[in-house]
Design a protein around this ligand. Structure first.
Ligand code: CP
Length: 328
């Protein structure tokens, strides 16, 4: 079991070996048990994590803020529109200066073709760990919480568990592709049989599909794509119907367009859940566009694991910080 994490960046789970991800899950479970028992876990006393947000957040911000407090440290919430970034200060200067003042820099920047590059630039100059709180391509904090939730509900042996990542209609905003992208790369590493379902125009990048297939081959699972949502629901053990934007085929920031409107029927309904395996799980990273992506009877119904999934954002965020900022 890998035990040396201090100083590591957490930008994608792909850059962490399976053994390292296993340790991260293990530590997350231990921190969750300690939290349940009211046991203090002061692994990071007096440490500061800077939380830079280019976009809104509920789960990520609060799991990181509550998490660092529970580890004995402190978070600075930084709305980047109120930082000198708004006047053009470059990533290098921000990274060097925050490195001199604290112990980790976490950042959310989901601007298409900019976010991941921005985090990489921070990592190039930072002397403390960079933690990805979601960029245009990856959301590793969500991916690891989702994996933890699936294992809690279905057991640690996820070999050939049928998991369907399904596009869904939403009008709230043009969402990043980072959640489905992280899921289709991560789940095949745990031997799951992953189905990616979406209507024409909502492709993930070709290199992601290639990597997802390679990850499936290496770990004995499978990966397939379908454009038929019913096929993705049929016999699935876990369904994750969620909207993402058509960024790969259309870089416009317009939220509602004819491609989106042509796919209003991509919605998680009770009829579609009836196609899934007995005791299947319904998951969603949240926020959900209720009534568009999913009907209330499903998201509030017996299959739904959304609140456990959201709670696991806390325990996994604490594990990421405890390992990369502390440890040995
Ligand atoms: N799932 C997720 O990242 O939620 P927030 O956007 O609220 O952080």
């Amino acid at each position: 079991m890998q035990t040396v994490f201090r100083g590591r960046h957490f930008i994608t789970l792909e850059e962490w070996t399976k053994e390292e991800v296993d340790t991260l899950l293990d530590v997350s479970c231990e921190l969750k048990r300690d939290f349940a028992m009211g046991k203090p876990t002061p692994y990071l006393p007096y440490q500061t994590v800077f939380l830079m947000f280019f976009e809104q957040s509920t789960r990520t911000r609060n799991s990181m803020e509550a998490g660092i407090t529970q580890l004995g440290g402190h978070a600075h919430f930084l709305d980047t529109s109120n930082m000198q970034i708004a006047h053009g200060e470059v990533a290098k200067d921000t990274a060097v200066i925050l490195s001199r003042m604290g112990h980790a820099i976490a950042c959310r920047n989901c601007f298409w073709k900019q976010g991941n590059e921005y985090l990489r630039e921070l990592a190039k100059w930072s002397t403390v760990p960079i933690i990805n709180m979601q960029d245009d391509l990856y959301h590793p904090l969500q991916g690891i919480a989702d994996l933890m939730t699936i294992r809690e509900k279905r057991g640690a042996n996820t070999q050939h568990l049928k998991v369907s990542v399904i596009w869904a209609y939403a009008t709230t905003h043009k969402k990043p592709i980072s959640v489905p992208l992280s899921q289709v790369l991560l789940f095949p590493r745990y031997g799951m049989d992953v189905t990616l379902a979406y209507p024409q125009g909502y492709d993930l990048p070709g290199w992601v599909i290639e990597k997802a297939r390679k990850n499936a081959e290496a770990h004995g699972g499978s990966f397939r794509i379908t454009h038929d949502q019913e096929e993705a629901y049929r016999n699935a053990d876990v369904v994750i119907p969620k909207n993402w934007g058509s960024w790969v085929t259309n870089e416009s920031t317009e939220v509602v367009d004819s491609t989106l409107e042509a796919n209003r029927g991509w919605k998680c309904t009770e009829d579609r859940m009836a196609l899934t395996a007995k005791d299947s799980l319904y998951m969603h990273a949240l926020p959900a566009d209720r009534k568009n992506e999913v009907v209330d009877a499903v998201i509030d119904g017996p299959h739904s694991a959304i609140y456990d999934e959201a709670e696991n954002r806390l325990h996994t965020a604490k594990a990421v910080m405890a390992l990369t900022m502390g440890g040995r």
